[in-house]
Ligand binder design. Structure first.
Ligand code: NAP
Length: 244
């Protein structure tokens, strides 16, 4: 029987690539989106046209009621949730002294509270099954801190702490919780960077190139697979050597 995965923030970038890769590997996928409905439904249509199993569903991950509705929708459609990929995220660059309370809450709401909401919601179904995989997308800035991204770095460091603590708590329930910490990956998240700034980031990456969304998708597929059954609480750096 096909496995089922919910991918948050799958309308664009890394999440879109994860949804595509999982669908092509035979997973039923829920393509979660918040504001990019057109992109999410285009992806659903594209995957369905290839005979694959996918549904787009709108839910702001920072709003628990919307998350619960998405998870219940997944159960209605597929009667299973095997994998949750907590990928939805936003990044905002700002001097620490200029960060507003609203901006702080927004960055934490999506990047960290979203992980809490989605994970607690799917556990309603994973725990009774004593089986499941939770994969959180953090960032290398959650490992080492990024200047002018204190809120983003703090939220992503929180995702790492969340991963390790929950891995210990859910181990006896045979649910693996792991984390991927990407380096610089070419998506819309980099749209505010100038070509010169991107060139500096490329130069600072020992592999001398920026990452592609499929680099993250390949790692997520591995962590979701049976081959990763004995891995939990791990932070997998996929960053071209930028942070080692
Ligand atoms: P992206 O291209 O900007 O895509 C972000 C995705 O998150 C979109 O699909 C967006 O959906 C979704 N999203 C944002 N807020 C949401 C919310 N409240 N509820 C549900 N979905 C929401 O960014 P990306 O580069 O693919 O980033 C994906 C993840 O990787 C993020 O967690 C990011 O922090 C992390 N990451 C990225 C990089 C990088 O260099 N790109 C590096 C390290 C870590 P809508 O457009 O539909 O709202």
């Amino acid at each position: 029987m096909n496995k089922t995965a919910i991918i948050t923030g799958a309308s664009k970038g890394i999440g879109k690539s994860i949804a595509e890769n999982f669908a092509f590997r035979g997973y039923n996928v829920i393509i979660n989106y918040n504001s990019s409905a057109k992109e999410a439904f285009e992806l659903e249509k594209l995957l369905k046209s290839q005979g694959l199993s996918a549904f787009a569903f709108k839910a702001d991950v920072s709003v628990r009621a919307e998350v619960d509705a998405m998870v219940d929708f997944c159960m209605e459609k597929f009667n299973a949730i095997d994998v949750l990929v907590n990928n939805a995220g936003i990044s905002v660059s700002n001097l620490f002294t200029d960060i507003t309370e609203t901006e702080w809450d927004s960055v934490f709401g999506t990047n960290l509270k979203g992980v809490f909401n989605c994970t607690q919601s799917v556990l309603r179904y994973m725990l009774p099954n004593k089986k499941g995989k939770i994969i959180n997308i953090s960032s290398m800035w959650g490992l080492v801190g990024g200047s002018c991204e204190v809120h983003y770095s703090a939220a992503k460091a929180g995702v790492i702490g969340f991963t390790k603590a929950l891995a210990k708590e859910l181990g006896p329930s045979n649910i693996q919780v792991n984390c991927i910490a990407p380096g610089v990956i070419q998506t819309d998240m980099l749209s505010d960077y100038t070509d010169e700034e991107l060139e500096v980031l490329r130069y600072d990456t020992p592999l001398m190139r920026l990452g592609k969304p499929h680099n993250i998708a390949a790692s997520a597929l591995f962590l979701a697979s049976d081959d990763a059954d004995f891995i939990t609480g791990h932070v997998l750096s996929v960053n071209g050597g930028y942070v080692v």
